[in-house]
Write a protein that binds this ligand. Structure first.
Ligand SMILES: [Zn+2]
Length: 292
């Protein structure tokens, strides 16, 4: 199977450029490989190095930003209350307010970094919002996601019911999110409803999915969905009872990874971003109104 790494030489100006790019970045002569539009036509067309950078920044960069924000909050807490014991500090740092502060600072900083990294590609991102297709695709995608959610919860009820076990609770990721949302709904809607999905779409679709598509579509779908699923997994629950609840919560994330991948691949950034953001906003709004 043909892969799309490496560079080609522009027949017009002799400059070498990314083999999967839509045109020569120097003289704008069209890259005339006929299959490119079918393969990458709806993607945000950035080079393979930048695709890896997007993925790396979204993954390791977010962890680093989290760490920096955590240290800032700890330093402030200790300077305001020098007599604080280690245990008191740990308790204080795990309150919803501090969690929300750390998440907000990290996600907003990551959003700004992606904004700078996109630079000349903002136009492409903006263009993906034109026309009616991405909106309809996002809406249908959202419906499919909810359909899967309903079927999966029926399946879990069946399995757990037959085994005589109580249904798995929400996973740790979800629980922390709910506490923060109840505390400060407006900030949670902005950070987890809009900024978070934007950063995740840049990381997993523009970065990871785009890079793996150069190997072939199947690699992009399978690996992105698996990584997207296991990134939402609470690894600290290994060896505890909560481990099985975490495991039971994985398939919906993997399914969401496939669905967002399909929307990005076939309808562009706007479609996967809008489906992702709408999905999160609905769930956050239900939590904030006390219905979930
Ligand atoms: Zn050229």
């Amino acid at each position: 199977m043909k892969t799309y790494f490496g560079r080609k030489t522009c027949p017009e100006c002799r400059m070498s450029y990314d083999i999967a790019a839509p045109e020569c970045p120097n003289c704008h002569h069209r890259n005339d490989e006929p299959e490119l539009d079918a393969l990458f036509g709806h993607h945000v067309r950035i080079g393979p190095i930048r695709q890896l950078v997007f993925f790396g920044i979204g993954l390791a960069g977010l962890l680093l930003l989290n760490l920096i924000a955590t240290i800032i909050f700890e330093v402030v807490a200790i300077s305001n209350n020098p007599g604080m014991s280690q245990a008191e500090l740990i308790d204080y740092m795990s309150t919803p307010g501090i969690n929300l502060g750390v998440s907000s600072i990290s996600y907003i900083a990551l959003f700004a970094i992606f904004g700078l990294l996109l630079w000349v590609n903002w136009k492409q991102v903006g263009k993906s919002f034109l026309g009616w297709k991405p909106y309809v695709a996002a809406l249908v995608g959202l419906g499919v996601l909810y359909g899967f959610g309903v079927l999966y919860s029926l399946l879990l009820q069946g399995i757990y019911g037959a085994a005589g076990r109580p249904l798995p609770g929400v996973n740790g990721n979800e629980r922390a999110l709910r506490e923060m949302t109840v505390m400060s709904p407006a900030l949670a809607l902005i950070v987890f409803g809009v900024v978070g999905p934007f950063c995740e779409e840049m990381t997993y679709r523009v970065g990871l999915f785009g890079f793996l598509s150069r190997l072939g579509r199947i690699w992009a779908y399978v690996l992105t969905a698996l990584i997207f699923g296991f990134i939402h997994f609470g690894w600290r629950t290994i060896g505890t009872d909560a481990f099985f609840d975490e495991l039971a919560n994985i398939p919906p994330y993997i399914f969401a990874g496939i669905a967002f991948g399909f929307l990005y691949d076939r309808y562009g950034f706007a479609a996967s971003f809008m489906a992702h953001t709408a999905n999160n906003l609905i769930s956050l709004a239900l939590t904030a109104s006390g219905k979930q």
